[in-house]
Design a protein around this ligand. Structure first.
Ligand code: AMP
Length: 192
C-alpha cells in the first residue's frame, strides 16, 4: 500500500505517519527530513536546499524531483510507503506519475490554519535526539533542556514566526490546489 500524505505544515502529518508505520509496517518518506539530513551532511541537495528552507520557501522543483526520483529508485519498500511532504506542486504531482509508483490513497490532514502559526513557532527541537516540545502546549520540565536525553533545545530556522508565515502562504498558493487535483482523481480521504 502506498499513500500520499498531504496537509499544511504543522497539521500533524508526522504524527499520523508514525501511526501508519506502526499499524501497517509502511516506510515513512519525508522530503523535509531528507533535505534536513542532506543539509547536515552538506551533500549537493543540502547545499541547494539550505538557502530556500531557512526562509520557508520551497526548494525548486527540478532539484526536489531529482532527489525523490533517486530516493525511490535506490530503496525498496516491502510493505509500501507513505510520501510525506511530496508532491507540493502540480509539477511535482505530474512528475510523480512518471516515476511509475502506484498510490492507493491521498490523505488530506485538515486543520484550522489560524492555529498553525502558534503551534509551529512555539515548537522546540532537541539538538541531540530530535524530540520535539512546545513552549506552551508541551513544555519541557526544565526550559531549554530535553526531558528525554538532556540535550539542548533550539528553534528551527524555518519555525520562526516569519518563516512559518511564508510556509503557510506557500502552502495556500502552491500546494492546496493539489487537493482539487487528487479529489478529481477520486483517491482523497479527509482527516480532521
Ligand atoms: P517539511 O518538514 O515537510 O515542512 O519540509 C521542510 C522544508 O523542506 C520545506 O519548507 C521546503 O523548504 C523543503 N521541502 C520539503 N519538501 C519539499 C517539496 N516537496 N518541494 C519543495 N521543497 C520541499
Amino acid at each position: 500500500m502506498n499513500i500520499i500524505l498531504m496537509g499544511p505544515p504543522g497539521a500533524g502529518k508526522g504524527t499520523q505517519a508514525a501511526n501508519l508505520v506502526k499499524e501497517y509496517g509502511l516506510t515513512h518518506i519525508s522530503t523535509g527530513d531528507i533535505f534536513r539530513k542532506a543539509l547536515k551532511e552538506q551533500t549537493k541537495y543540502g547545499v541547494i536546499a539550505k538557502y530556500f528552507m531557512q526562509f520557508g520557501h520551497l526548494v525548486p522543483d527540478d532539484y526536489t524531483i531529482e532527489m525523490v526520483r533517486e530516493y525511490l529508485k535506490e530503496n525498496t519498500f516491502e510493505n509500501g510507503f507513505i510520501l510525506d511532504g511530496f508532491p507540493r506542486t502540480i509539477v511535482q504531482a505530474r512528475e510523480l506519475e512518471s516515476i511509475e509508483k502506484e498510490f492507493d490513497f491521498t490523505i488530506d490532514a485538515i486543520i484550522n490554519l489560524d492555529k498553525l502559526v502558534k503551534r509551529l513557532s512555539g515548537r522546540r527541537t532537541c539538538k541531540e535526539c530530535g524530540a520535539t516540545f512546545h513552549v506552551e502546549f508541551n513544555p519541557p520540565k526544565v526550559e531549554g533542556v530535553c526531558d528525554k536525553c538532556g540535550g539542548e533545545l533550539y528553534q528551527r530556522e524555518d519555525e520562526s514566526e516569519e518563516a512559518v508565515t511564508i510556509r503557510l502562504d506557500t502552502y495556500n498558493k502552491q500546494t492546496k490546489p493539489l487537493i482539487d487535483y487528487y479529489t478529481m482523481k477520486g483517491t482523497i480521504i479527509n482527516i480532521n
